[in-house]
Design a binder for this molecule. Sequence first.
Ligand SMILES: Cc1cc2nc3c(=O)[nH]c(=O)nc-3n(C[C@H](O)[C@H](O)[C@H](O)COP(=O)(O)OP(=O)(O)OC[C@H]3O[C@@H](n4cnc5c(N)ncnc54)[C@H](O)[C@@H]3O)c2cc1C
Length: 462
Amino acid sequence: MKRSLYWLTNDLRVNDNTALTLASQSDKLLCVYVVDKNWFQAGNYQAKPLGNKRWHFLQDCLTDFNQRLLALGQQLYIVYGDTLSSLTNLCQQYDITDVITTRLPGTYENSLITQLSNRFPQVTVNKVEQFTLFKQDLLPFELEQLPTSYSKFKKAIVDTVISPVIPPTIALPSPFKNMPSPTIFRPQWLPDTPYQETTLGFNFVGGEKSALTHLEHYFSSDLPLNYQEVRNNLDGWDNSSKLSPWLGYGCISARQVITAITDFENTHGKNKSTECLYLEILWREYFQWLHYKVGSKMYQFKGLAQHSPLTSFYPERFNKWCLGRTPYPLVNACMNELRQTGYLSNRGRQIVASCLVNELSVDWRYGAAWFEERLIDYDAAVNWGNWQYIAGVGVDPRGGRHFNIDKQSALYDPDGAYTAKWSAQDNNTNQSYQTLDSVDASDWPVSNNSLTHDSLAGDNDS
Ligand SMILES: Cc1cc2nc3c(=O)[nH]c(=O)nc-3n(C[C@H](O)[C@H](O)[C@H](O)COP(=O)(O)OP(=O)(O)OC[C@H]3O[C@@H](n4cnc5c(N)ncnc54)[C@H](O)[C@@H]3O)c2cc1C
């Protein structure tokens, strides 16, 4: 008897879900999502793995997915706690024979699976490859031989097969008996900050339903024909596909997006813009395979290049950057948008990342971790890969990117409309914006003679 536990992670969909199809071939099935306590606690770089905006988005995803499972005779069992012990307990309690999950490049997820396999050697663990477009054994090179730059990767995979999208699962085996009612118990450590709609920026609704609606909306318009010309704009819903948050939680698969691009090209014709969009999805793909290859090096200061940037950690500068209070109005506007909405355009991300590393000389990992907390579309491989790229420790053959902020303002915000929009709500326009480092009285060199009672009294009088 096959008693399966399907551990859901970044695959919250019923369409094109090979893991769910595999799970449907079980006799009994437990569909589990673990909300890990550690996600809400600050980690190494002062940031939490999961901030409020993405937490709200995730809750939408879970609600939507549960509704879809209910329609298939199943339910989503949401567990709150430590992931490894939660999965261990469930494997024991329900005498699980098979664990099914989507293969992800993150080192944390992989170490959990290894620990689980070691605990239960008799249990079959199926890691389904579906977060990427390609399957590893169809790549035209061994993972160790992954090309060292994106352009070489792009050329190498030109004939690699992307397996077709699979039809949705239509029925699932029944859940185990006597299961506690899902989603009722909410521990105290969960944040209960209410969702705040942004009036200035974009509001993303999580879940497969809104993902499919959005995909349909984007590709039934002419927008993809113009993507290349407008993708670098700082503002505007229609200037890029805005698919990233749903791709992040797997509410749609990268294969579904590629299929939508190809179908669009078949009806509207192929042009530079549709090709450019395709190539962006390939960037995402490259970073996933890179992460598989290099593992924890993705998070190291020296990165893949094994080169140390001339940066350090300056708490005041970092705080000013996070809060949008640097001497650079464009950077502040971008950081305000990110803080208030959980989204920032690709150009905005490049500008603020370059500023943190080059103008503020701050260790890039603090910025990457801040993005991890704040972004709705956080993706480990894409985020840390892009940060490494800009910090000059990644796969950029040019060795890092320094964006000239004045030039970027002139090019992408010539009339200052974007900066004005994201500064308008900020009342705190004091001088601390003008300086990078404030000088504390204790930093001044003071001779012993001057520290007399009289001189201090004199200060008080003046
Ligand atoms: C410092 C930095 C950090 C980033 N962190 C993330 C992250 O955590 N999650 C994330 O999804 N993207 C990240 N990106 C990439 C990019 O900014 C976003 O994917 C994009 O802005 C999302 O908007 P969109 O879906 O409208 O993108 P579109 O321009 O419509 O692109 C379509 C898709 O292609 C992929 N893509 C686009 N740009 C890139 C890129 N530069 N690298 C890899 N894939 C790309 C994404 O999956 C995106 O959804 C980061 C970029 C930078 C510079």
